[in-house]
Design a protein around this ligand. Structure first.
Ligand code: AP5
Length: 215
């Protein structure tokens, strides 16, 4: 089963993807995580990616499609979760072609609906574990012990460089200009479903589960 989690920054895509990995053994393909890894590399590409991400703009289709293509080789186990990809119509077309080449299908596109005010609150309170990637929030999902990751016990908890008000405004602008047209694209292809991303995390997870169980 291959699915896309589609939604603006802070909608909860990463949070729900991690639940699906744990509960269903699916594989999370987050282009944001791949790009954060790439920007750490001491290369010209890494430096360019870092600048674009800090501004809250989209990295080029060519780079992002290349990263996804590399991951689509071999056995994809319990299915793939595309988290943060595709984000443009060109990326959506490329994904369709890559899956077709593999003889695989896209089973569902789940839109996570959240209003803009909630996104600001979520992104500004977010922190993640640098070791295992677990996602937390100062108010809605704090760690049980302050400064220690619940999942792996690491003390390496950090905030993202692009989680600031200015960059978030630009990320939202990019979403509405370039990514939201994908809702119409997938609606016409017949595989778009929506969930109420404003509900509590377990409630959203139950809605996602229901979508997948009904496929
Ligand atoms: P990326 O890393 O993909 O960021 P994003 O899409 O902006 O999404 P986020 O990771 O910010 O949010 P999320 O929806 O995963 O929410 P989360 O679960 O963390 O991309 C970063 C950058 O990389 C882009 O700006 C771009 O430059 C580049 N990039 C990436 N992909 C690209 C592509 N395909 N093409 C071009 N460029 C690309 O949750 C957020 C917070 O809310 C957390 O604290 C969480 O605990 C909390 N929370 C989650 N769910 C709930 C809930 N239901 N109730 C209350 N709190 C909740």
């Amino acid at each position: 089963m291959n699915i896309i989690l589609l939604g603006p920054p802070g909608a909860g895509k990463g949070t729900q993807a991690k639940i699906l990995v744990e509960e269903r053994g699916m594989i999370q393909l987050s282009t944001g995580d791949m790009l954060r890894e790439a920007k750490e590399s001491d290369t010209e590409m890494g430096r360019r990616v870092a600048e674009v991400m800090a501004r809250g703009e989209l990295v080029t289709d060519e780079i992002v499609i290349g990263l996804i293509e590399e991951k689509l080789t071999g056995d994809n186990g319990g299915g793939l979760i595309f988290d943060g990809f595709p984000r443009t119509l060109a990326q959506a077309d490329a994904l369709g072609e890559l899956l077709e080449k593999k003889g695989a299908a896209l089973d569902a596109v789940i839109e996570m609906r959240v209003d803009d005010e909630a996104l600001v609150a979520r992104v500004s309170g977010r922190f993640t574990c640098g070791n295992c990637g677990a996602v937390y929030h100062d108010e809605t999902r704090p760690t049980k012990v302050a400064g220690v990751c619940d999942v792996c016990g690491s003390h390496d908890l950090k905030r993202r460089a692009d989680d600031n008000a200015e960059s978030l405004k630009q990320r939202l602008m990019e979403y509405y200009k370039k990514t939201s047209p994908l809702l119409g694209y997938y609606y016409c292809k017949g595989n778009l479903t929506g969930v109420d991303g404003l509900s509590d995390i377990p409630v959203v997870a139950a809605q996602v589960k229901e979508v997948l169980d009904n496929l």
